[in-house]
Design a protein around this ligand. Structure first.
Ligand SMILES: Cc1ncc(C[n+]2csc(CCOP(=O)(O)OP(=O)(O)O)c2C)c(N)n1
Ligand SMILES: [Mg+2]
Length: 410
C-alpha cells in the first residue's frame, strides 16, 4: 500500500470578517461600454466570455456608453427612477411599520432596486415572473397597487391572500407575478415548467425565473437548467447575486465555478453577467434575453451582480457576519443615485427636482399606508374572516372541508 496523506476538504472563507476592512478586490469591474453586444441568435459557444465579464452602460461621468446603451427614452428613464424611488420609500415605511409592531416581518430591497424595476419594463404584458421575496420592484413597475401590498403586509381584512401567505409573499396573475414560493429555487423549475406549458399550448407568453446566489446550491436550480436547455424552453433565468445568503457569503454556493453565470455553460445556455446596479444595463440585457425567449431561441441565464445593503430581513443582524461599512465599499455604487446622475448629465433632471420627487413619492407611500391602515394592522382592527380559509384552495370543496366549515359555524 502506498503511503497516503489523510484527506481533508475545503471550506471557502469570506475575504473579511466583522471588524475587518471591506475587501472587494475579487470583483473585477470592466469599463462601461467595453463588453460587446452579440446578436440574439449567437451560438452559446461563441459568447462564453460574457459569463465572466460584467455588462455595464453607465460610466463614471454618468454617461450611457457602448453597444448596450440607447434603448430608453428620457421619459422611460424618468419612469425607471420613479419606480426605484417608490420601492425605496415603500421599504422605508414598511421596515418602520415592522418595528412599530404593525406587521410581523419585512424584507427590504436596498441596493437591488434596479434589478426588478428594470427587468419588468423589458417584459411583454402577459409574461409571467416566478419571483423570490426580493423582487417587489416587479410589482411596483407593473402598477400593482401599493395599498394591496400593504394590506397583505398588515394581514388585515383586505389582505388579498387572506392570510394564506407570509406578509411579503405577494401574488398577482394580472401583473405577471406568480404567487411567491417560500421554498427557494422552486421558482426556477416552476418557471421552466410554465414556459414549456406555454409553448405546448402554442401561446406567446414567456416566463422568467428568479433565484438568489445562495439558492443556486439547491438541486432545483440544476434540474431547471437541464429541462430549460434540453427543451429550449422560452424562459429567462435570473440569478440575483447580492453577495450574501443571509449570513453565508456567495463563495459557498459558487464553489469552484468562476461565476454564477458560468454555471450555464455546462448546459449550453447563453449566460451573461450584468451590473445589477445599472438600470440601463439591466434593462438592455433583460430585453436581449426576453427577445430570445419570444423568438423561440430558448433560455438565457443572467447573473445580476449587486449587493444587499440592508439586513436579510427584519429578523437578521448583519453586524454578526460582515463589516458594518461593507456596503460603502461596494464598487458598483447605488442604483438610484447612478440613474439620477445620468438624468442630470442628460440635462433632463436636477438635484432640486429629485428632492421634490422624493418628497412627492414619500407622500404617496404614506397616503397608501394610511389607507391600508383603515383596514387594520397585525394587532389592531379587522381581520380576514376564518370562513375564508376554506375558500380558494380547491376548485370543488372536498366533503371533509365542507364538514369542518359547518362545524366552525360558517
Ligand atoms: C429550500 C429553502 N431552503 C432554505 C430556506 C431558508 N432561507 C430563506 S432566505 C435564505 C437565503 C437565500 O439567499 P439567496 O438565495 O442568496 O437570496 P437573497 O436572500 O440574498 O436574495 C434561506 C437559506 C428557504 N426559504 N428555502
Ligand atoms: Mg443572496
Amino acid at each position: 500500500m502506498p503511503e497516503r496523506k489523510p484527506l481533508s476538504f475545503h471550506v471557502p472563507e469570506p475575504a473579511v470578517r466583522p471588524g475587518g476592512t471591506p475587501d472587494f478586490s475579487d470583483v473585477t469591474v470592466p469599463r462601461a461600454g467595453s463588453v460587446r453586444r452579440p446578436e440574439v441568435e449567437a451560438d452559446p459557444e461563441s459568447i462564453r466570455d460574457l459569463a465572466y465579464s460584467i455588462i455595464r452602460v453607465l460610466n463614471r461621468e454618468s454617461e450611457a456608453v457602448g453597444p448596450w446603451a440607447g434603448l430608453l427614452t428620457d421619459d422611460e428613464l424618468q419612469q425607471g427612477l420613479r419606480d426605484m424611488m417608490t420601492l425605496r420609500a415603500f421599504d422605508a415605511r414598511m421596515q418602520m411599520a415592522q418595528r412599530q409592531g404593525k406587521t410581523s416581518f419585512y424584507m427590504q430591497h436596498t441596493g437591488e432596486e434596479a434589478v426588478s424595476c428594470a427587468f419588468q419594463r423589458a417584459l411583454d404584458p402577459g409574461d409571467m415572473n416566478f419571483p423570490t421575496y426580493r423582487q417587489a420592484g416587479l410589482l411596483i413597475a407593473s402598477g400593482y397597487p401599493m395599498v394591496d401590498m400593504m394590506c397583505q403586509i398588515y394581514s388585515n381584512e383586505r389582505d388579498p391572500l387572506k392570510g394564506r401567505q407570509l406578509p411579503i409573499m405577494y401574488s398577482s396573475r394580472e401583473h405577471g407575478f406568480f404567487s411567491i414560493s417560500g421554498n427557494l429555487a422552486t421558482q426556477f423549475i416552476q418557471a421552466v415548467g410554465w414556459a414549456m406549458a406555454s409553448a405546448i399550448k402554442r401561446d406567446t407568453r414567456i416566463a422568467a425565473g428568479w433565484i438568489g446566489d445562495g439558492s443556486t446550491a439547491e438541486s432545483d436550480f440544476h434540474a431547471a437548467l437541464v429541462f430549460a436547455s434540453t427543451y429550449k424552453a422560452p424562459v429567462v433565468l435570473n440569478i440575483v447575486n447580492n453577495q450574501w445568503a443571509i449570513s453565508t457569503f456567495q463563495g459557498i454556493a459558487r464553489g469552484g465555478s468562476g461565476t454564477f453565470a458560468a454555471r450555464g455553460h455546462g448546459f449550453g445556455i447563453p449566460s451573461l453577467r450584468v451590473d445589477g446596479n445599472d438600470y440601463l444595463a439591466v434593462h438592455a440585457v433583460a430585453k436581449w434575453a426576453v427577445e430570445r425567449a419570444h423568438r423561440g431561441l430558448g433560455p438565457t441565464l443572467v447573473e445580476y451582480v449587486t449587493y444587499r445593503v440592508g439586513a436579510h430581513s427584519t429578523s437578521d443582524d448583519p453586524s454578526g457576519y460582515r463589516p458594518k461599512d461593507e456596503s460603502d465599499a461596494w464598487p458598483l455604487g447605488d442604483p438610484v443615485i447612478r440613474l439620477k446622475n445620468h438624468l442630470i448629465q442628460r440635462g433632463v433632471w436636477s438635484e432640486a427636482r429629485h428632492a421634490q420627487r422624493e418628497a412627492e413619492i414619500m407622500a404617496e407611500v404614506i397616503a397608501a399606508q394610511k389607507q391600508a391602515e383603515t383596514h387594520g394592522t397585525l394587532h389592531s382592527g379587522p381581520k380576514p374572516s376564518a370562513r375564508d380559509m376554506f375558500e380558494g384552495v380547491y376548485a370543488v370543496m372536498p366533503p371533509h372541508l365542507r364538514r369542518q366549515r359547518q362545524q366552525a359555524g360558517y
